[in-house]
Design a protein around this ligand. Structure first.
Ligand code: FAD
Length: 322
């Protein structure tokens, strides 16, 4: 008799896979902003996300506040930080130093980005890394030098993916080639830029899969409840806001109505992405928890049951913080 095949002895993995949940935060710009951010962090921690990402100013100007926020998250919360890092604004030597510092503090996830180019049209300093792909390779080199220290968990490297053409890219096809190149250089997962149309996530994933991209692509969704913010976002990212959303927000006659519209639009985007097989949902929060929690309430994500000890740790930390 032949031994049972792996498939026969393997536990049944059919059924709904858990969906990852994550939030994006940015380092506070003032003591008041820090205070309200920590209220938000407490509220978000109670939802037990898989990680929270912390943005990094492409000018390198908020390096200290970003590292400080990441350290506090590691020391004072149960949250796992995903540190954004950009090529723009730092020399390769400085970047290697920051990566080493992050790893030494216990960070195990880095989102490798090029960063937005200076608005004044200035070119990055000579010798600086040109593309996110170069930063992935640098992270892997720093990691390699610490491989014996990382036996209990290697570094997960994430990258940006674009449901609509990156403003500097010649085509969506080129964006997919870049994503594939980032995967080849060692990216483990991608998080998408914001998008406003329900079919755009599925389109991106199917184009990426056809080209050979196999890494998870996590949709980034942003509850937009203010016209001003929506327009500003369009300017910053080059992503054209959906005209219907602009019209509906403009016609709303109260903040409550705008919040309802913004949350509903985000839930629709997230549900369409989940329907297309998204392995997680990444919520851009603007350091505010109310809309993110509204979205989460309406999504009812299949989430893994957490050990009671972890939930107790969260509750204890919240008690201490209050
Ligand atoms: P890249 O992948 O390097 O692409 C940049 C441009 O170069 C693209 O047009 C691409 O087509 C082209 N390109 C890339 N590689 C090649 C190649 N080998 N040959 C030819 N062309 C190439 N910005 C911040 O400053 N701080 C943040 O914290 C931050 N967080 C973000 C988080 C997410 C999830 C996303 C989606 C974006 C974030 N950004 C952030 C914005 C990001 O930095 C910008 O979108 C930036 O313009 C491009 O970054 P990238 O990592 O996609 O760059």
């Amino acid at each position: 008799m032949s031994p049972p095949s792996l498939i026969d002895v393997h536990p049944n993995l059919a059924g709904t896979a858990p969906v990852a949940l994550s939030y994006e935060l940015f380092p506070p710009r003032s003591p008041q902003a820090a205070e309200s951010l920590w209220t938000t962090i407490g509220e978000l921690e109670a939802t037990d996300p898989d990680y929270v990402s912390v943005t990094y100013g492409a000018s390198g100007s908020n390096r200290d506040t970003a590292v400080e926020l990441i350290n506090r998250l590691l020391l004072e919360t149960t949250l796992r930080p995903l540190a954004h890092l950009t090529c723009v604004g730092n020399s390769p030597e400085e970047l290697a130093e920051i990566i080493g510092e992050l790893l030494d503090h216990g960070v195990r996830g880095i989102l490798a980005l090029r960063g937005d180019l200076p608005k004044d049209g200035g070119v990055p300093a000579s010798g600086s890394l040109r593309y996110a792909q170069d930063l992935i390779e640098l992270i892997r080199r720093v990691e390699q030098r610490r491989s014996a220290l990382l036996c209990a968990g290697k570094v997960a490297v994430g990258v940006a993916a674009y449901p609509t053409r990156h403003p500097e890219s010649p085509s969506e096809g080129h964006d997919i080639e870049v994503l594939l190149a980032k995967q080849r250089s060692g990216a483990d997962f991608a998080i998408t830029q914001v998008f406003f149309h329900t079919e755009q996530y599925a389109d991106l994933v199917s184009r990426a899969r056809r080209a050979g991209v196999t890494i998870p692509i996590i949709p980034g969704v942003m509850p937009l409840t203010s016209l001003r913010r929506l327009k500003r976002l369009g300017e910053l990212t080059g992503v054209e806001p959906a005209p219907e959303l602009i019209e509906r927000l403009a016609a709303a006659d109260s903040d409550a109505e705008r919040r309802r519209i913004g949350v509903r639009a985000t839930v629709d985007l997230a549900n369409a992405a989940l329907h297309a097989g998204a392995p997680g949902i990444h919520l851009y929060t603007f350091n505010e928890h109310a809309c993110a929690l509204d979205v989460l309430d309406k999504l009812a994500l299949p989430r893994p049951a957490r050990p009671i000890s972890r939930l107790n740790a969260i509750a204890r930390r919240q008690e201490l913080a209050s």
